[in-house]
Design a protein around this ligand. Sequence first.
Ligand code: PGA
Length: 252
Amino acid sequence: MKKLIISNWKMNYGPIKAGAWIRAFRRERLPKDVDIAVAVPFVSLPAARASLGRASIPALSAQDCFWAEEGAYTGEISASMLHEFGTEMCLVGHSERRAFCGETDDMIAKKAGSLQAHNIVPVICVGDTAVQRKKGEHMKVVKAQVAAAIAMLKADTKIPFVIAYEPVWAIGSGKPCVPQDARDMHVAIRGVLAKKFGATTSEKIRIIYGGSVDTRNILEYMTTMGIDGALVGGASLDPRNFGLLCRAAVPA
Ligand code: PGA
């Protein structure tokens, strides 16, 4: 399975800086056998698209969307709007949205379903908190998040979905989850997918890891069985550093 690395800018870079980031990143030498995407704020998607020109790398991702098609939902952006200018992926259920915007599993399931229906690959973020891990509840919590989020999704389609396992305590903390622990969680997540879609199909769904991934540890994640890529925040804010990280993701 081709690995996937996504840069998540979070709430950084308006249109001016977004254009500059894309142009700088386009100058980087990139590995061929890795899919690369960049998740940018809504307002910066047009500038990122314009700076990409005809280039298709990195693929463009949004960071959120709303589930309804259109209507009286002030401030929201629908999947069909994102599709209009070629957004290929979209994050949903990032732990920061669960924490700061009160997103629930049900909302996340509806968002993911709407994205897939509009030919955008949903990247569903799930993850345990430090307290849940301490209590030994982390597997149960994450499995339940996954089961809820995939309720409306199909797996046997040209528009697959991606699961991003991001332990909340590892995000932005400089304390990444040890690859073996991440692998154990990925195995558990794949079990949930297999239950719904069957073992063969579940093997084709990418489960990526996120949380303090950087240029030094990326290779270890990418070479750990069952980890199909990475979602990178802080270490991807500088386009040159993200280029370095992408190169470091493949064995020399
Ligand atoms: P981080 O963020 O790489 O800065 O830990 C990852 C994420 O939240 O997607």
